[in-house]
Ligand binder design. Structure first.
Ligand code: G4P
Length: 529
């Protein structure tokens, strides 16, 4: 098959949600449709159990399983679907943000009763900024929840989206009768029996037909007619171009647990969702159908087996094909590397493959060559942009608790930072190391892993910072920047890429600094180039 055809077959996407909205359940049902798994429960293991937030053993267990479930691929109606797993737990939000750089579209899951929740807002904001096409799935319609129109309003306002429903619920909770599929013009009746729901759609091309009254009863039929009329008046007609540009977001309703409305979602998804999209590099826009390989590392999993220092670097292929045993150019290290056992992912397994295509993810065994954000090419000198580092929310000094193991500690910290577990800052003033994280949970994970994987011990000490601001002066040689450096000396540090960071202790201090030194620009993310 031609390269072009292979690429057009691919749909690489992520499912995002606030924890508990039903992301795991939906992922699992999608895999069932693809015949990729035989039974429900297979993906569930990947989830951090509720109440286990302070239990790092649980995280270890989860980490072990999540290599296999990092990418879940299956074939459905001749399309190769790659689902990239995004951790729902807020302490791992940065991992999710990075994964979003490797998806071509997303599905957002929202709980019908809870509506738009905090984590969803944050994740959708990132998608919106990147113009990633979004489909919304409103889940748990078998339960009592908010009115469909109110929810659509909420999604528009809180997530700042322009929505158009492509399906509409008939009743809800106890009175949930089914879903009218606006996209396919048919009705799917809810029986509460997940096995039956897959087949049971009834074509209704004309909603005024008396058949509808027979199917769902006169009152609900009348209500549905009114509601569908209203949707056509209030919401724009679906237009794929607008969806692909990130300007219009179709909405589906259903119940993942009951496998209801999932097939409709998937069928529409494979038709409208984009195949791999072009990506901007620092020199040019790279098209997926170009013959030569390019790709970037968006995730690293390390030390799955503590006895072997094995790491798996996840590469999103942006263009061309990735072939086994062919030499590729590692941009940062300026050297060529060959990979004898690249892994591809299928369902919840990974296997060695000879060739992968743009849109796919390959897992490369690595002995320390890769960092998140690294670019591979066939020799062209370019780097993909856009792997962000966000300002951490927590900051602590890290101290060596076993002087005989300082080498191990250094190596451990270095590798964990490459993996993106947390961010390391070195204070300019005295060289002390500070670990910044998104959630307090990471400190436990780091301490545990340093000890178990590297034999090093550490302690922490609070560092009173509020945000890390990456610093970029208009003119590095001007007097204002020199003064900024002198006055803020105590708060200046260097990140692991050598960039200057101002560790501000309050919002007030950031505002004052901005006022006083207008030519010294401060950013909450390091994606400023
Ligand atoms: P997450 O990955 O987004 O965190 O959510 P997950 O799929 O784990 O779902 C969270 C809870 O919501 C689970 O219940 C799940 O069974 C339930 N759920 C998912 N979809 C639906 C739905 O359509 N209807 C209803 N009523 N519930 C749904 P749990 O009790 O927390 O877990 P479990 O004991 O079922 O594993």
């Amino acid at each position: 098959m031609s390269l072009e055809k292979e690429i057009l077959k691919r749909r690489t996407f992520g499912i995002i949600s606030h924890p508990d909205a039903g992301k795991t359940t939906l992922t699992e049902k999608l895999l069932l449709f693809g015949g990729a798994i035989q039974e429900a429960g297979a993906v569930k293991n990947n989830k951090i159990k509720k109440g286990a937030t302070s239990d790092f053993m649980e995280i270890e267990r989860q980490r072990g399983i999540s290599v296999a479930t990092s990418v879940l691929a299956f074939i459905y109606k001749d399309k190769k679907i790659n689902i990239l797993d995004t951790p729902g737990h807020k302490d791992f939000a940065e991992d999710t943000f990075r994964t979003l750089t490797a998806v071509d579209s997303v599905i957002v899951v929202i709980d019908v009763a809870k509506g738009v929740e905090e984590q969803t807002e944050k994740l959708v904001e990132v998608c919106r900024m990147r113009k990633i096409p979004i489909i919304v799935f409103i889940n748990k319609l078998d339960r009592e929840g908010k009115d469909a129109f109110d929810l659509l309003d909420e999604v528009e306002q809180k997530l700042k989206l322009t929505v158009t429903p492509l399906s509409f619920p008939i009743g809800m909770g106890y009175d949930f009768k089914g879903i009218y599929n606006i996209w396919e013009k048919n009705i799917n009746l809810f029986s509460g029996d997940s096995r039956k729901n897959i087949e049971d759609t009834i074509a209704i091309s004309d909603l005024s037909s008396p058949e509808l009254d027979t199917l769902i009863g006169s009152k609900p039929a009348e209500k549905l007619r009114e509601e569908i009329e209203l949707t056509s008046e209030v919401y724009p007609e679906f237009n794929r171009e607008d969806y692909l540009k990130g300007d219009l977001q179709p909405v589906f309703f259903g119940s993942a647990l009951n496998n209801f409305g999932v097939r409709e979602l998937l069928d529409c998804f494979i038709e409208i969702a984009p195949s791999p999209r072009p990506k901007e590099s620092d020199t040019r826009l790279v098209n997926p159908s170009e013959k030569t390989l390019s790709g970037f590392v968006f995730k690293i999993h390390a030390n799955m087996d503590p006895k072997h220092r094995d790491r798996l670097a996840f590469i999103k292929i942006v263009s061309g094909t990735f072939e086994r045993n062919k030499a590729y150019h590692h941009m940062r290290l300026k050297k060529n590397l060959k990979f004898s056992s690249p892994n591809a992912f299928f369902a919840e397994k990974k296997e060695i493959v000879d060739i992968s295509y743009a849109g796919d993810i390959v897992g490369l065994h690595d002995t320390g060559n890769f960092k998140i954000g690294d670019t591979l090419t066939e020799g062209e000198l370019m780097n993909f942009k856009g792997i962000p580092s966000f300002s951490p929310e927590h900051f602590r000094y890290i101290n060596n608790a076993d002087p005989l193991k300082s080498k191990q500690l250094e190596k451990g910290i270095d590798q964990l930072m490459d993996e993106g577990v947390a961010q390391l800052f070195t204070l300019d003033m005295n060289g002390r190391k500070i670990i910044g994280t998104v959630g307090a949970l990471q400190y436990e994970v780091i301490q545990y892993r340093l000890e178990h994987e590297y034999g090093a011990k550490c302690t922490y000490e609070n560092f009173p910072a509020y945000k890390a601001c990456w610093v970029k002066p208009t003119d590095p040689k001007n007097e204002e920047f020199a003064e900024f450096r002198r006055i803020k000396q105590k708060f200046l540090a260097t990140d692991k890429y050598g960039k200057m960071v101002f560790l501000a202790d309050s919002e007030f201090s950031i505002q004052m600094t901005k006022q006083k030194y207008p030519t010294v620009h401060l950013y909450y993310t390091s994606e400023i180039d």
